[in-house]
Design a protein around this ligand. Structure first.
Ligand code: SAH
Length: 519
């Protein structure tokens, strides 16, 4: 673990970073933003920030939701300013996360001003604004040589204290080009009317893109004449960017994002926060909206000293058997604290069960001598027999505390001398800093994925209501059995019992149109 970092700034105050969180897709967050989040002592975010970004935060970072969602309790702008200052004065480095770019229509300027007035250091980290990424993800280029040579950004929702709109619709109408409006979906009717009155042609193409760059992106197209009415008819709600201009028509051929195999599907990932990203990213790449709801967390074993002793003596064994990637990680974590030379592992040969486990061993530049594909005791035993048997050989079995006892029994049955090294403990994840539980309850999901028995058990232990129509995908027969024992129905079971296998099975399932209809 890295040691607790001191504030970066020169005086005792912390520093405030006004950071653009991008439009939603985590891949569109800048490297500097990620760095700031990883180091922050306090993070203040609002509802347009993808909450999954918070998984990059330190465990001890203070995370504060500042809201700004219509109708929900949230801090006022003044309270937010005061909060940023208070945290910085307490010596904390504060990241103020703002959707898109911090200086595009998000009151970032006011926050920066308040911070300066308080004599606190600050930094701006630009982000990709929804005004640009929104249209792009809807397949609408902002410019096209043949169509336009300028772009206008405007807001449909001005400071309520202003008595008259300062938007010059006559000028906008005259200017033409591509015009992008942020906020103001609700006022679309009157805005379109103003434009028409100023002589903009009524068949000008218009698109609305909501929740752009996320798995719940939706686009509605129409003309200046009918877009407001279409939005009302389809219940199209904020947050959305509106694009006015000829370039909207290009979407017909360039719509790339909404046509992916899992577009529009909401899928729950229940793995530990650390492990979730591999699965989540693959599902997102296929277009799914992923809800990361970690149900378990990996902690050091109860008897860390005992484990360390076995790791220290690893070289006396003929075989070291790893049954999970977590075990590999915990083992080498301790190993390299004890030794600074990988050769200290001696002549021990290495067995890894399952491809992900083997990969983790290879990451440490060690050869895997034996790799049964399946985590079924019989398969493992058969592989060992192929290698000439294990009678009288010493085996160190590296595993989790709550693992089943089948494997050590089978190996002992073949005459091996087996020592069990408990490398980690799986505990229920009770924290939910991203509000995923709330999101699941409120908005439901199409599918939940289980990657181990403990994810099943701990998900059910959370006691969340089962969303209507939510189907179940399991990584393999052991996980499926646990789920069935708890009364769940398995809709998908991976044929290859790893993350790629699971993703493939999910893709096939939806391609074959097997999804249960939401009623
Ligand atoms: N600073 C932000 C804008 C803040 S104003 C940025 O640069 O993107 C809030 C408005 O931004 C919303 O009302 C909506 O118009 C737009 N917006 C932000 N994120 C969005 C998203 N993912 N999809 C569509 N519109 C979004």
């Amino acid at each position: 673990m890295e040691s607790r970092r001191k504030s970066e700034s020169t005086n005792e105050n912390g520093k405030v970073y006004l950071v653009g969180a991008g439009p939603g897709d985590l891949g569109l967050v800048t490297l500097r933003a990620k760095e700031c989040i990883e180091r922050a002592n306090a993070i203040v975010y609002d509802h347009l920030t993808n909450p999954e970004i918070l998984s990059w935060a330190r465990d001890d970072a203070e995370i504060i939701y500042a809201g700004k969602e219509a109708g929900q309790h949230s801090l006022s702008q003044q309270e937010i300013n005061a909060l940023l200052i208070e945290k910085a004065r307490a010596g904390k480095d504060v990241v103020r996360l703002k959707g898109g770019d911090p200086f595009v229509f998000g009151r970032g300027a006011e926050e920066a001003r308040a911070i300066v007035d308080a004599g606190i250091e600050f930094e701006i980290v630009s982000g990709i604004t929804s005004a640009i990424a929104g249209p792009a993800y809807a397949g609408i280029p902002m410019t096209h040589r043949a169509e336009n040579s300028h772009i206008t950004f405007f807001t449909g929702h001005e400071d309520p204290a202003k008595t008259e709109s300062t938007i010059d619709y006559a000028a906008l109408a005259k200017l033409g080009g591509t015009q992008v409006m942020l906020m103001g979906v609700k006022r679309l009717g009157s805005i379109a009317r103003e434009m028409l009155e100023q002589g903009v042609r009524n068949d000008l193409p218009v698109a609305l893109v909501r929740w752009a760059t996320t798995g719940r992106q939706e686009t509605l197209t129409g003309t200046l004449q009918n877009i407001a009415q279409r939005a009302v008819a389809s219940g199209f709600e904020a947050p959305a960017v509106a694009v006015f201009g000829e370039v909207v028509a290009l979407r017909e051929t360039l719509n790339w994002y909404e046509n992916r195999p899992l577009s529009g599907k909401r899928i729950v990932v229940t793995r530990t926060r650390k492990q979730a990203s591999a699965l989540s990213n693959k599902l997102r790449t296929l277009g799914a909206h992923v809800v990361e709801l970690p149900t378990i967390r990996i902690e050091p074993p109860g008897d860390l000293r005992g484990f360390a002793q076995l790791v220290q003596d690893a070289h006396v064994y003929d075989w070291i058997v790893f049954t999970s990637a977590n075990g590999v990680e915990a083992f080498f974590d301790v190993f390299f604290k004890l030794y600074d030379d990988a050769r200290e592992i001696g002549g021990a040969r290495i067995a890894a069960i399952g491809p992900a486990t083997a990969q983790r061993v290879k990451d440490f530049h060690l050869h895997v001598d034996l790799q049964p594909e399946e985590f079924v005791a019989e398969a493992v035993v058969k592989e060992f027999q192929k290698q000439g048997g294990i009678e009288n050989l010493r085996i160190l079995l590296v595993r989790g505390e709550n693992a089943r006892d089948v494997l050590p029994k089978e190996l002992s049955g073949l005459g091996a001398i087996v020592d069990k090294a408990f490398a980690y403990r799986t505990v229920p994840e009770t924290r939910d800093p991203t509000g995923a539980g709330r999101q699941l309850t409120k908005e439901g999901a199409d599918l939940i994925t289980f990657t181990s028995s403990s994810t099943v058990e701990n998900f059910l232990a959370l006691g969340l209501p089962w969303p209507k129509g939510m189907q179940v995908a399991s990584i393999g027969p052991i996980t499926s059995k646990t789920a069935r024992d708890h009364g769940l129905n398995i809709d998908i079971e991976a044929r290859r019992h790893d993350i790629d296998g699971l993703v493939e099975a999910i893709g096939d399932f939806f391609a074959a149109g097997n999804a249960r209809k939401q009623s």
